[in-house]
Design a protein around this ligand. Structure first.
Ligand code: NOJ
Ligand code: CA
Length: 533
């Protein structure tokens, strides 16, 4: 389904097919919540396939699909039971091949999620390791002998100790939920198996992988205590967690994976690297490692011009030093929606729209999380419907991530078009007023967030200064200006993050985040793209 909108500018020449990822706009699909084809209340591959024309209409280049594998269901699919199969909830391998073929015909790339730091506790390896401590599979995990206390002070990111007991009293390591035992990458069988998994999907035509917890995999060989506790107020992990993350050996894994991808021209790897130091993050995308490693600093930045400016310039410098594009992120399936993070209501919505213009102007590769183009707020999910282990393991102290994972509103019907008529209830409840955000409604509205995103992506494709040029950052009080230059033209993205109206210099207005923007006048919480005359 492709809603109708007025004509948009013709795109400039696309990046070549092998380095498409340098400037690609990647749309993140939370598969379980995107589109349900068979009425069981769960999004699936056939549903996604039927919505590919929407993604073409929107103007993205690629999609990244959250894990589609058979899973123990303990962490939204990030507890994988079989890496070379499709969860029956989502379809089968033939459905994935059909999706890839359709996407290819429409000019879209498909990037899968791969989860190498841990398996499910239902994975055959972990089952074999529990059944027989002498089994070869046992050396693929971190087991420690039975003792009163866990082997060290490591904590699970989802709360509580990172060690749990096996039925026979041993300890095993899980940096996430107990149902996600960490793999021991010092066993060569682990590396070999993951390379077979990469080839399995690459042979089916996928264009690459988003790599979960890519800064994990190896742990301190001596299992020494971490020097300090992690604080969510930090931009990511740092020296306080030096024993569990960012061990030097991990870079060899990415070199091997890069060599595999190099056998399949035009494929790419993007790593999830949650380290506070962006220079360290950028090392994961050196020329012989992954193609990109996410820059999460904007995602963790509050509404402040200085903080945003610092996030952008630090990322530009860090990734330029290794010759990699910056992969920009404002939202994903792990964080509250921007509208809510930035204050909620009209203010949060205005800010989310303005921030989206910044995201799409920057040089490199922006990642758009499904539903952000609709300016969805964080949904209120009743506690009894919540699925996220973060909520349950914290005894309800942490809200968890369900509110950014509710089904997509496609139309204004009661079920918002997520499932066919007469279907089962959706796997997470959709808020009663969600139809106001529906794609069908916003596509008819020239002032909607959806229209804004579509226009921005069309302009980005038409203007080499946007997305594929170079950028400089300037902060004047509450006003952030990113000056983007490419192919002889200059476009400035000016963002007013203060409470007063800002006066901005002239230029042709290409796009504004609000109709309240007038030539030269930028109200609070708005952004504009200005083409230098
Ligand atoms: C990062 C993923 O984005 C998140 O959803 C997941 O819970 C953890 N990795 C563990 O796999
Ligand atoms: Ca379904």
């Amino acid at each position: 389904m492709a809603p109708r909108l007025a004509a948009l500018p013709a795109p400039a020449a696309p990046a070549t097919d092998t380095d498409w990822w340098r400037t690609a706009v990647v749309y993140q699909v939370y598969l379980r919540s995107f589109a349900d084809s068979n009425g069981d209340g769960i999004g699936d591959l056939a549903g996604l396939r039927s919505r590919l024309p929407y993604l073409v209409w929107l103007g993205v280049d690629a999609l990244w699909i959250n894990p589609h594998y058979p899973s123990g269901g303990a962490d939204g699919g990030y507890d994988v039971v079989d890496y070379r199969a499709v969860d029956p909830d989502y379809g089968d391998v033939a459905d994935l091949e059909a999706l890839v073929a359709d996407a290819r015909a429409l000019g879209l790339k498909v990037v899968l999620d791969v989860v190498p730091n841990h398996t499910s506790d239902q994975h055959p390896w972990f089952r074999a390791a529990l059944a027989d401590r002498g089994a070869p599979e046992a050396s693929r995990y971190h087991f420690a002998p039975a003792s009163e206390e866990p082997p060290n002070n490591w904590q699970s990111l989802f709360g509580g100790p990172a060690w749990s007991r096996t039925p026979d009293g041993r300890w095993y390591l899980h940096l996430f939920a107990p149902e996600q035992p960490d793999l021991d990458w010092r066993d060569p069988a682990v590396a070999e198996d993951f390379e077979a998994t990469l080839r399995f999907w690459l042979d089916r035509g996928v264009s690459g992988f988003r790599v979960d917890v890519a800064y994990g995999l190896f742990k301190d060989a001596g299992l020494r205590d971490n020097p300090g506790a992690y604080s969510p107020t930090l931009f990511g992990h740092g020296p306080e967690q030096a024993m569990t993350w960012n061990q030097p050996e991990v870079h060899d894994v990415w070199r091997r994976w890069r060599a595999v991808c190099d056998e399949y021209p035009g494929t790419m790897l993007v790593g999830e690297v949650c380290l506070a130091d962006l220079d360290q993050v950028a090392l994961y995308s050196r020329p012989d490692e992954m193609h990109q490693s996410f820059s999460f600093r904007l995602l963790k930045s509050g509404w402040d011009a200085g903080v945003f400016g610092e996030a952008v310039s630090t990322a530009l410098d860090a990734f330029a030093a290794v010759g990699a594009p910056v992969s920009w992120v404002l939202g994903n399936h792990d964080k509250d929606r921007q509208v809510t993070r930035f204050g909620g209501g009209a203010v949060g919505t205005a800010r989310a729209r303005a921030a989206a213009l910044l995201l799409m102007a920057l040089p490199g590769s922006p990642y758009l999380y499904a539903g952000d183009e609709l300016a969805l707020p964080q949904a209120v999910v009743p506690d009894e419907a919540k699925r996220d282990p973060i909520f349950h393991r914290s005894g309800g102290a942490r809200a968890g991530r369900d509110g950014c994972r509710v089904p997509m509103p496609w139309n204004e019907s009661e079920g918002v078009g997520f499932s066919p008529d007469g279907a089962a209830d959706p796997w997470l409840p959709v808020p009663a007023d969600w139809s106001r955000y529906a794609v069908s409604r916003q596509s008819r509205d020239g002032g909607s967030a959806l229209t804004l995103h579509r226009r921005a992506l069309a302009l980005r494709a038409a203007h080499p200064a946007l997305g594929s040029g170079t950028a400089t950052v300037r902060v004047d009080g509450d006003v952030l200006t990113v000056t983007c230059t490419g192919d002889g033209e200059t476009v400035r993205c000016v963002l007013n993050m203060g409470t007063g109206t800002a006066l901005v210099p002239g230029g042709t207005v290409l796009l504004a985040s609000s109709t309240a923007v007038r030539p030269g006048v930028l109200p609070p919480d708005t952004a504009v793209w200005l083409l230098d005359d």
